[in-house]
Ligand binder design. Structure first.
Ligand code: IMP
Ligand code: MG
Length: 177
């Protein structure tokens, strides 16, 4: 374990169980259908890659890079799109894949924006959720696990762009922040 890790919250084996369970749910719910997975970069890329290896329904992968505007304009529900999808999602089954839902502000806005493009269905799959931090309500259709209000790193999640490569989710030692 590296020095910066105070505590492992979700182990590699628990993450493996999570992606297996969520992929099974998706395979059951979308049997015979095609799904477009929309990963929000950068955080979701590790979770998405583990998840889709266990998905057996026909699927396509796409990515978006978004950032929410400052807190003052949050009520407008607008996000700044730095990279948009490379395909049309009208009349398609879409599952947005995220690393963590924290305040819910980003996801709330992204889901509203994608919904305007008239997908056949629109669901959210998130590896982690910090429910105690929620500002905007977000329905997580496929959830890995809830975690307490701690800043976490690993499994795609960064602190200052570092630690995304850790194979587990860990609490960072505050002395490194
Ligand atoms: P929110 O739900 O709009 O507040 O934003 C969620 C985004 O904030 C996530 O996609 C992460 O990129 C980032 N984030 C939230 N909590 C953490 C954390 O504990 N560690 C690292 N990134 C986090
Ligand atoms: Mg993110």
């Amino acid at each position: 374990m590296i020095d910066e890790v105070k505590e492992i919250l979700v182990s590699e084996s628990e993450l493996n169980d999570i992606t297996t369970r969520l992929a099974n749910e998706i395979n059951r719910d979308y049997a015979g259908e095609e799904v477009i997975f929309v990963g929000l970069l950068k955080g979701s890329f590790v979770f998405l890659s583990d998840l889709i290896k266990k998905v057996t329904v026909q699927c396509k992968i796409d990515f978006m890079i978004v950032s929410s505007y400052g807190a003052s304009t949050v009520s407008s529900g607008k996000v700044n799109i730095k990279k948009d999808l490379s395909q049309d999602i009208a009349d398609k089954h879409v599952i947005v894949v995220e690393d963590i839902v924290d305040s819910g502000i980003t996801l709330n806005a992204v889901l509203a924006l994608l919904d305007e493009r008239c997908p056949k269905s629109l669901k959210l799959c998130s590896c982690l959720s910090k429910p105690s931090r929620r500002v905007k309500e977000v329905k997580i259709d496929y959830l890995g696990t809830e975690i307490p209000d701690e800043f976490v790193i690993g499994y795609g999640l960064d602190y200052d762009e570092k630690y995304r490569n850790l194979p587990y989710v860990a609490v960072i030692d505050p002395k490194y922040i």
